[in-house]
Design a protein around this ligand. Structure first.
Ligand code: NAD
Ligand code: GLY
Length: 377
């Protein structure tokens, strides 16, 4: 029997249903959760992580896997968005082939969204598909990227342009691991959390806005109220995402709402070569730009757009956007993978808690909105 976590969120996907276990200290039980989710057939995990995360949590993970009699072959990839590439996936595949990793094995991603997306993609293709589990260690990965089965790698012209839908068998989100996150990684996660508030849950948006800035650190034990806020927020975001994914796994319709803020966000990441902004920060700017587009096209009241911009600002300081050309961002938007017939479409809020899909306005309007967002967050 696996141990009882504080909170479990199920993802209802029929024969590919899985659980997200959330709570402080869960990483020490990863072996028991994995044994329960994968069954006795699991002998070995190919564990994918990076040196930063592995140094902090590798020992606990290995100890827990050993206790559950699960072997581990550890592959450490480079730390950073620029390593989310087909080249890294190739290295991982070769690592597995050299060790004769067979179909009975599974992958385990231990890290943020970069590790999770890369490991999931590599698992989807290795031997035409092996199962995998996620142990997300950033706020962004716990509330978003580890859930829902989107995996992939970046190309120079755009993010996540090559990938696969491949659902994990298990997600274990240890909220204690977040205490070692640098401040900007907290911020990046909170922007994605605000996204859920804007698209689906006005009360969550208000709670988050009131709590910002919110960060824990490694040197102080969190209060009970802080623990509860963190666990409940991670769980609430996962519930929203799990519901959307269960209804529209392959993004035929409803799932597109999860891309709110991402069209401009991804373009900003691409023109800055994935080096200037954290993904969540770019999404924060992208949400502000999308709200401005919504105001300029008569979809959203200006007062609601101002509330979103204020919430994004409250999360924390953004890196300077000086030198970024709004025209280049708008040109990069055209590579958005959600474009249809060459036309980019936007998820725009009608109110806080409610969004719809709309055609893009003219490039001139887009440029003004991007420029405004870059200057005002
Ligand atoms: P990340 O994976 O780069 O992690 C951020 C940094 O934090 C890294 O330097 C990492 O080493 C470090 N780190 C991770 N855990 C830590 C911990 N507990 N303590 C200290 N440091 C830690 O970035 P991210 O924000 O987690 O993920 C961003 C990626 O996720 C992007 O590539 C984005 O496209 C992807 N994403 C995917 C989905 C999806 O549905 N698949 C959704 C959202 C984002
Ligand atoms: N982050 C967008 C999605 O999972 O669909």
């Amino acid at each position: 029997m696996p141990p009882s976590p504080l909170t479990t969120v199920p993802v209802a996907l029929a024969d590919r249903a899985y659980d997200i276990h959330i709570g402080p200290g869960c990483r020490r039980e990863i072996g028991a959760y994995a044994r329960a989710a994968f069954g006795e057939r699991l002998k070995t995990f190919v564990v994918v992580s990076n040196p930063t995360v592995w140094e902090l949590y590798g020992g606990d993970v290995l100890q827990s896997l050993r206790a559950a009699d699960i072997g581990a072959e550890v592959f450490l990839m480079g730390d950073g968005e620029r390593f989310k590439t087909i080249r890294t996936a190739e290295k991982l595949w070769d690592f597995c082939i050299e060790r004769r990793i067979e179909r009975g094995a599974a992958f385990l991603a231990v890290g943020g969204g970069v590790v999770g997306d890369l490991a999931g993609f590599a698992a989807a293709a290795y031997l035409r598909g092996v199962p995998f589990a996620q142990m997300p260690t950033t706020l962004l990965a716990q509330i978003d990227s580890s859930v829902g089965g989107k995996t992939g790698v970046n190309r120079p012209r755009g993010k996540n342009l090559v990938g696969a839908f491949h659902q994990p068998v298990l997600v274990v989100a240890d909220t204690d691991t977040l205490r070692t996150l640098p401040p900007r990684e907290w911020n990046a996660g909170w922007h994605e959390a605000l996204k859920y508030g804007v698209i689906r849950d006005a009360a969550l948006f208000d709670r988050l806005t009131a709590a910002m800035p919110f960060r824990l650190g490694p040197d102080r034990v969190p209060t009970a109220a802080e623990q509860e806020f963190l666990i409940e927020t991670v769980a609430e975001c996962c519930r929203i995402k799990a519901g959307v994914v269960a209804r529209d796994e392959r993004e035929a319709g409803e799932r597109k709402i999860l891309n709110f803020g991402h069209t401009v966000g991804h373009a900003i990441e691409a023109v800055t070569r994935y080096r200037k902004f954290r993904h969540g920060e770019a999404v924060g700017i992208g949400m502000v730009a999308a709200c401005d587009i919504a105001v300029k096209t008569g979809v959203l009241a200006a007062a609601d757009a101002a509330r979103v911009a204020e919430a994004v600002r409250r999360v924390g300081r953004m890196p300077s956007a000086r030198g970024i050309s709004a025209a280049e961002v708008v040109a990069a938007l055209k590579y958005d993978k959600k474009a249809s017939g060459g036309a980019v479409r936007f998820i725009l809020p009608r109110a806080i808690g409610e969004v719809g899909e709309y055609a893009a306005p003219s490039d001139a309007v887009l440029r003004r909105c991007v420029e405004w967002a870059l200057k005002n967050v």
